[in-house]
Design a protein around this ligand. Sequence first.
Ligand SMILES: Cc1cc2nc3c(=O)[nH]c(=O)nc-3n(C[C@H](O)[C@H](O)[C@H](O)COP(=O)(O)OP(=O)(O)OC[C@H]3O[C@@H](n4cnc5c(N)ncnc54)[C@H](O)[C@@H]3O)c2cc1C
Ligand code: SF4
Length: 441
Amino acid sequence: MGKPTGFLEIERELPARRPVQARLRDFTEIETRLTVVQARDQGARCMACGVPFCHSGCPLGNLIPDFNQLVYEDRWREAIDALHTTNNFPEFTGRVCPAPCEAACVLNIEGIPVTIERIEGEIADRAWDEGWIRPLPARERTGRSVAIIGSGPAGLACAQELARLGHDVTVLERDDRVGGLLRYGIPDFKLDKAFVDRRVAQMEAEGVTFRTGVNVEGEAALAALRAEHDAVVIAVGATVARDLPIEGRELRGVHLAMDFLVPQNRVVAGDSVSERPHAEGKRVVILGGGDTGSDCLGTSLRQGARSVAQVELMPQPPEHDPLAWPDWPMILRTSSSQEEGGERDFAVMTKRFLGEGGKLTALEAVRVELVDGKLTEVPGSTMTIEADLCLLALGFVGSTLKGSGDGVFTCGDARRGQSLVVWAIAEGRDCAAQVHGFLTA
Ligand SMILES: Cc1cc2nc3c(=O)[nH]c(=O)nc-3n(C[C@H](O)[C@H](O)[C@H](O)COP(=O)(O)OP(=O)(O)OC[C@H]3O[C@@H](n4cnc5c(N)ncnc54)[C@H](O)[C@@H]3O)c2cc1C
Ligand code: SF4
């Protein structure tokens, strides 16, 4: 375990975030790093419980008490080895994972879990700094080839595992850059894209071939790919967005969240984007209280919005749910973007978009409440919310490509629906094991 009395003596501590005023001026990551001493102290808080509930909280089954102990003992190199046995990309999860492991940590019964996510991130960052993370090409090639469609975290994890097992792996990506939503969804202020580039370079050195600008569309294209390769993996994510087909949807100023977020990531990457929805000087209303909505909020504030409101259909959740442990509690959370500004509202249903001259000016909405488990309009609650830009962050309904058959596998969001990076990596790894079994049977 960490220090036997660590959890009694040492407070939970998270890395400092940059001051709000400074971080709103750029798209640089908002979190600073834990110092070595802070990380060691946080590792010391782990109680090495007889039943480590954190293990079951983590979809990857990360060996959490083991790496906490190693960090506490200053054995960082062994810590990254332990982490890599279950997680290909701990620097991604160490930044963007919502950390269901921390919800399951026994210390979370008191609301003070071990800072597992940031310890994980720090182990990975330190390992990269020290030059301990290097390409691990397979010693022998199998001569079997696999095509992976989609280069998000699921496709990347699957590709890395299969390449290390000696298979010839080609990743096909319809976008111009590799990374999926790590690249063109999650804003740079949460995840610097240099970390994605660094892993892609490692994988290229391990023999993975990346082909961008290749859209695999339809059954025929999939069948052709299957004929060329010994196996095909569909890791195309769940990128089809849920729309809101109500009156006024066609007005200028109403956009899907991704039509707003993706161009911003491109601009940060140095691309010139001629036309894009932009929040500068605008009254922005974001429909959807989840993470994508939150990313729209942080991006709108950085673009200089006049005001931002994030509006959720469901009622406000409670601030605490002590009975949920060790499961993930459905409670009110405040994201880093929400702490930067903007207003939040709950239990609001948009009825129509209002406009003048084809341009959005406002939303007409009503308040709703849960009656017998059903959302019901509150009589007489109709209201108007002024807006020049409305962003629809209402979730995702499915994938662009479906397929099945002998030697065809699916993983990540394409299989489980829009989810989390940690689940995508876990699925990519599991899928690689299945493909390997198929190729070597
Ligand atoms: C705005 C936003 C913010 C998010 N923030 C977080 C977060 O902070 N933490 C977290 O854990 N999760 C977050 N998520 C969820 C997380 O990003 C996804 O669950 C994860 O990326 C899914 O990985 P994937 O590999 O399955 O799919 P994706 O990352 O979606 O990658 C799929 C790839 O397949 C490509 N593709 C699709 N169709 C084709 C085709 N026909 N041919 C070729 N290529 C194709 C796509 O271009 C894409 O690159 C966020 C999601 C969004 C939308
Ligand atoms: S990947 Fe996520 S759930 Fe797993 S240990 Fe890391 S922070 Fe926790």
